[in-house]
Design a protein around this ligand. Structure first.
Ligand SMILES: Cc1cc2nc3c(=O)[nH]c(=O)nc-3n(C[C@H](O)[C@H](O)[C@H](O)COP(=O)(O)OP(=O)(O)OC[C@H]3O[C@@H](n4cnc5c(N)ncnc54)[C@H](O)[C@@H]3O)c2cc1C
Length: 314
């Protein structure tokens, strides 16, 4: 984030993540799909199941995201719900449910529609209920700052009936230390990440050093609390500070976990699992991969270079 040139590229990419025209042009280019494959397990449920089984064999747990954002009609929200229900059935059938949970995005469940709060809540509730009945959990992803209150409100409602429902807090938001205090009670499951959206300086830290400092502050609140902190970062400095803080706290290794995204720092994922830490990989699948994929390119110059190399055929 420090390089001004990359800052501009990052802003352009984060804008493109929500732009339909860019999506239509770039997603049809022949070299795009092979690059996408690095970050997305595939377009079908079978693709996701194969990746889940492969990671399970390495002692790595998974949280599965059926890709989709900005649902524009209620039927689309039901399609997303049905995809999760099918996925959960198959996870049980194949004996994979013990290594797996689901991640859901409220905009994919209809949050942006008129009466979106009730639609997203009821669709989320059906998925969370099915996950609980299958013997696992669900975690609600966090999107941009305009929906933070909305998302946390729905998570609180879901937790009344399904207390294991987790959510995500983003360290770049000024409000996050307070939210971490609010969500550090018994049974709470909080995935702490840095934050992936383009946010204004009025609500979020803009410099990596500030985001990292805020991350460790919020993490300490979660460690001192009674819930399950889920450290979602690929950053080696954050991971080693987290390990140090967990050890200092005397917490049992089973009371927290590390999380990374599919295709990013695979070696580090395997090493943490081999060292006896709970390691969960976020595995996305589905045809609606555009927004997710472009946010990954925006996170790191190397990810973008990987894509550009494919563009020139190297
Ligand atoms: C499980 C999970 C769930 C998430 N859910 C959400 C969510 O709901 N909402 C949201 O806003 N964001 C979410 N994110 C994304 C997150 O907010 C960050 O955008 C993303 O994780 C990048 O931040 P970072 O902590 O990995 O560190 P960065 O600051 O991006 O990277 C720091 C360092 O990590 C290492 N690194 C990073 N990427 C790579 C790579 N590709 N290869 C090698 N080294 C690398 C490098 O050393 C780099 O300097 C999630 C992330 C994870 C892991």
């Amino acid at each position: 984030m420090a390089n001004p040139f990359f800052k501009v590229i990052r802003s352009v990419l984060l804008w493109a993540a929500g732009n339909q025209t860019c999506k239509n042009i770039v997603s049809k280019l022949p070299f795009t799909k092979p690059v996408v494959k690095r970050f997305i397990s595939g377009e079908s449920v079978e693709d996701a199941l194969a990746v889940i089984a492969e990671l399970k064999a390495k002692g790595i747990r998974t949280t599965i995201d059926f890709l989709g954002e900005d649902t524009t009609d209620v039927d689309q929200a039901y399609v997303v719900r049905d995809a999760y229900l099918e996925l959960l059935d198959k996870l049980v059938e194949r004996g994979l449910i013990d290594s797996c949970e689901v991640s859901i995005k409220l905009t994919a469940l209809g949050a942006g529609l008129p009466n979106g709060e009730e639609i997203a809540f009821s669709v989320a509730e059906s998925i969370v209920k099915a996950a609980n009945e299958a013997g696992t959990t669900a975690t609600v992803d966090m999107e941009d700052h305009t929906v933070t209150d909305f998302t946390l409100g729905i998570v609180k409602r879901l937790r009344e009936q399904y207390p294991s429902t987790g959510t995500v807090l983003q360290a770049y938001l000024f409000r996050t230390v307070d939210d971490a205090k609010d969500f550090s009670g018994p049974g709470s499951r909080i995935r702490l990440c840095k934050g992936a959206y383009k946010e204004p300086a009025t609500v979020a830290y803009q410099e990596k050093a500030d985001v990292d400092a805020a991350y460790l502050k919020a993490l300490q609140v979660l460690i001192d609390g009674q819930g399950r902190p889920m450290v979602a970062s690929h950053d080696p400095a954050i991971i080693s500070s987290a390990i140090e803080a967990f050890e200092k706290s005397g917490r049992d290794k089973d009371s927290y976990e590390f999380q990374m995204l599919y295709g990013i720092r695979t070696d580090a994922q395997e090493k943490l699992a081999q060292d006896g830490y709970n390691m969960t990989v976020y595995v996305p699948y589905g045809t609606e991969w555009w927004g997710y994929f472009v946010r990954r390119l925006a996170e790191r110059p190397a990810n973008l270079l990987f894509f550009l190399r494919a563009l020139v055929g190297k």
